[in-house]
Write a protein that binds this ligand. Sequence first.
Ligand code: AQP
Length: 324
Amino acid sequence: MKTIFSGVQPSGNLHIGNYIGALRQWVNVQEGNDALFCIVDLHAITVPQDPKALREKVLEVAALYLACGIDPKKAHIFIQSENPDHSYLAWILNTITPFGQLQRMTQFKEKSQKHEENLGLFDYPVLMASDILLYQTDEVPVGEDQKQHIELTRDLAERFNKRFGETFKLPNPVIQSQTARIMSLQNPASKMSKSDNNPLGTINLLDTEEQIREKIKKAVTDSNSKVSKDHGSEAIVNLLTIYSAFKGISFNKAQDEMEGKAYSELKNSITEVVLETLLPIREKYEEIRKDEKALRDILDEGREYAISKSSKTLLDVKQKVGLI
Ligand code: AQP
């Protein structure tokens, strides 16, 4: 049995990039594994959040995990800030993290251009390493943008093990190569992101049917009018990727199916497959979100389970470092 750990920040509206890159993969691996899925609110506050909205978003994300198919009988869902071991281990890992390595992190470079720089944003990957290492994680299912952070996690684990003796398991990223990075519908050069200023660029999991139709209709294409393997612009590749992901077929198969079809036809087909998946998720979400007590019970169970695992690792770490 493998230990699987992953998380999403409650930093905005979850979108189909989060779904394809992360959540959908989680549903597939929860069976037969020891799976922990976290709502990483401590990560979310590395950029300014409205406190009231953040609290609501945490519950929204938890309910979305369930609506997307995470089964609390198979997996454990918990809120990062409810397990203090995460920030404790992060502090210890900080003391073995080279400054220069954090300076090279692409996400920090990108986010510090969009938001005011702060130490939390700089230190984000160390907290992420702590999230993963606390559970002796084997696999981390994520989108491609997180690969660099998992490489850092492995480096820190190795460095700690070397200095203090075998303590952490080295985790592996699990990235679905063909759908690893869903791009913005308005700017296919940048990844679909919760913090995109243009609402037309992202399809959110809780968008209405009307919004989804409009966003796909207005998605940018290129100066051609038909799908052709001879001219694969970023925009069309992205649309075909979304189509293939929702249809559950390979990119090549999607390309064969759409070859020679007008862009409008491609968009109609995407709309169909996206709605087929997202509308039932939205319906389930509304049902789940109504019962806050049941949701809270799931999160309480998740927290207790998470702490029962992480406390063992942290105790070992404290002893090795000389804090006990
Ligand atoms: N566009 C994407 N394509 C594929 N996977 C993606 N992920 C995010 N965007 C895409 C994956 O979703 C998981 C959760 O991401 P996160 O909440 O940790 O934050 P992020 O990667 O920073 O996502 P956003 O949407 O861009 O959020 P903001 O705008 O708040 O920074 C991860 O596994 C990620 O790979």
